[in-house]
Design a binder for this molecule. Structure first.
Ligand code: ADP
Length: 586
């Protein structure tokens, strides 16, 4: 007698239970109901399975069939990922829209890559060459910015190229045949599939010691990230998480950007989707999308798709890292991902942990951020790549003691804490300079000393110290008024104000101000710190009228320092010479 067919016994939102599922396995993709909605088996008990469904399940009911596919949830990796906007399970939004109009129909099969488009494959290996996993067999110019590498698949420890040909191919066409160590012949196409919950193999991790330059003065100078680092941006609603993530996506010096948007508000992702395709990469002058792949969870998509989207995104990111690129991944906001986990866990009736989140929230968060890193790529070609991960967190009410923030802080080393007080004051980016930190500073010491300025770190230390002192002095001023301050303390307030207003304040919407190169950042801050050093020469003088210092014309010049052009650094030196002159003449 043949086994009974799998069928639905219960539907609870995005969770479907099915019976007769003996033939299935964990994380298998199944098609649910007569419409064939995409789902994934997340629990198997006897013949019963719990299935997380990535599409709206309204109208689906008990008795409908479930079809097994034998596949685990995977992404299709190959040329065409860039310039594409996907949903959480790698279906191109455009393809879905074409198939169903603006309101997504369900059960649509839309492969991740265009199956008909042909690409020019240029072989770099020849028949008879010895190869191993990760070696580049050939390349495809995917966009004007990115040369896509077709690599020997994982698992080939020592292989031989049996055949290979350059030419015009579809992603599914075989371009090479490699015989592996067991004599098994493997067809290599332009694309392959990779399960999203499994990190891609690497040769070694490297110590990340090159900055990811974002052009944002506050983060680059004070709280830097490395290429291959992991950072988080916690902040309450409206404090600037999305603007910060998008600004980094636009300006940072990674070569490939993967942007995962789990919209807070319904229309937020729509804004990104409309804006991004028109943006120009300031470094190359090319459209930004030529180096970008986006995963969008608009609010009409079910929660389960959010859960999958971070894995889909990070697997694509790892793939470009493996080609030797510096990749940056932004996830906005990971709180929505955690909430999706909580909802599924609740429906599965798992034992809840803190605030109803599943007990595995911490391990899932860690697994995600641990996929960041600077690496040596597989293969013998000495390629290096990096994957930087920046996750936004939106704690309800801005309370960082909640589980998602706490678990994220544990595994990320750069922390850009956004502050609603600063955003109310319209101080942007609203990164709190007293609470934020970066544990990557020691990694970057040599880089900036060698490449930016010998006293880079001294200038930074002085400036940060002044800001810390300022916050204490402000407290005193609040209590007893400014008259109680010594001349030195007045100087600290004067210079810190300049650090805040002339250096830290940066308008992401002002084309000239949104991005500052590191050497200009340094020159700006060095100039401001010079006011402190020159002022210090005056403070011991008896009967100094500090008001005279405050009125020096050069202070107005410093206030406009961001307008000076980076291509002529002598202009900064001349402002510093003015500072020395005017302070000296008080
Ligand atoms: P969140 O994602 O934290 O809810 P948003 O990123 O949407 O907050 O920011 C809210 C608003 O704050 C933006 O619409 C913008 O007006 C302002 N804003 C945030 N960051 C900046 C910035 N760096 N420069 C200028 N304006 C900003």
């Amino acid at each position: 007698m043949s086994a009974k067919n799998p069928e639905i016994i219960k539907v609870s939102g995005p969770l479907v239970e099915a019976k007769n599922m003996e033939q299935s396995k964990m994380y298998e993709v199944v098609r649910v109901g007569s419409e064939g909605l995409v789902g994934e088996v997340i629990k198997l008990e006897g013949g019963n399975a719990s299935i997380q469904v990535y599409e709206e399940t309204a109208g689906v009911g008990p008795g409908e069939p479930v079809k097994l596919t034998g596949q685990t949830l995977s992404v299709e990796l190959g040329p065409g990922l860039l310039e594409t906007i996907y949903d959480g399970i790698q279906r191109p939004l455009k393809a879905i829209e074409e198939a169903s109009g603006h309101f997504m129909a369900r059960g649509i099969d839309a492969p991740g890559l265009d199956q008909t488009r042909k690409w020019d494959f240029v072989a770099v290996k020849s028949k008879g060459d010895k190869v191993k996993a990760g070696d580049v067999l050939g390349t495809v110019q995917e966009t004007t910015l990115i040369n896509h590498k077709i690599m020997v698949p994982a698992g080939v420890e020592s292989g031989t190229v049996k055949s290979i040909q350059s030419g015009h191919f579809k992603v599914s066409d075989t371009v090479a045949v490699v015989e592996d160590q067991n004599g098994k012949e493997r067809d290599v196409a332009l694309r392959h599939f990779w399960p999203i919950r499994v990190s891609r193999p690497i040769k070694n991790k490297r110590i990340p010691n090159v900055p990811l330059v974002t052009g944002c003065r506050s983060t680059d100078m004070f709280f830097p990230l490395t290429k291959g680092g992991a950072g988080c941006i916690p902040g309450p609603f409206g404090s600037g998480k999305t603007v910060t993530q998008q600004t980094v996506a636009k300006y940072c010096d990674a070569e490939v950007i993967i942007y995962i948007g789990c919209g807070e508000r319904g229309n937020e992702m729509t804004e990104v989707l409309e804006e991004f395709p028109h943006l120009i990469d300031p470094n190359s002058g090319e459209p930004l999308m030529k180096r970008t792949s986006m995963i969008a969870n608009t609010s009409n998509m079910p929660v389960a798709a959010r859960e999958a989207s971070v894995y889909t995104g990070i697997t694509i990111a790892e793939y470009y890292r493996d080609m030797g690129y510096d990749v940056a991944l932004m996830a906005d906001s990971t709180s929505r991902w955690a909430e999706a986990m909580r909802e599924m866990s609740g429906r599965l009736e798992e034992m809840p942990g803190e605030e109803g989140y599943p007990a595995y929230l911490g391990s899932r968060t860690a697994e995600f951020y641990e996929r960041a890193g600077a690496i040596e790529c597989l293969g013998d070609e000495g390629r290096q790549g990096s994957l930087t991960v920046i996750g936004a967190v939106s704690p309800p009410g801005g309370d960082l003691s909640e589980p998602v923030s706490q678990n994220t802080l544990r595994v990320t080393k750069a922390y850009w804490g956004l502050d609603s007080k600063l955003s109310y004051q319209r101080h942007f980016p609203a990164i709190n300079w007293l609470k934020s930190y970066s544990l990557y500073v020691p990694n970057l010491e040599k880089h900036h000393k060698d490449n930016t300025a010998a006293d880079y770190w001294e200038v930074r230390e002085t400036a940060l110290g002044l800001l810390q002192e300022e916050s204490k002095l402000q407290e005193i001023v609040r209590l007893v008024g400014p008259d109680a301050l010594s001349t030195r303390e007045k100087l600290v307030l004067l210079v810190s104000k300049s650090i805040r207003e002339d250096f830290l304040f940066q308008d992401s919407f002002d084309a000239d101000d949104a991005y500052t190169i590191p050497v200009k950042q340094y020159e700006m801050l060095k100039t401001i710190v010079t006011m402190y050093e020159e002022g210090m020469k005056l403070v011991d003088r008896e009967e100094l009228d500090f008001a005279k210092v405050e009125e020096l014309p050069v202070i107005q010049k410093v206030a406009k320092i961001k307008e000076l052009k980076a291509d002529d650094l002598s202009t900064f030196e001349s402002v510093r010479a003015d500072i020395v002159k005017e302070f000296g003449a008080v």
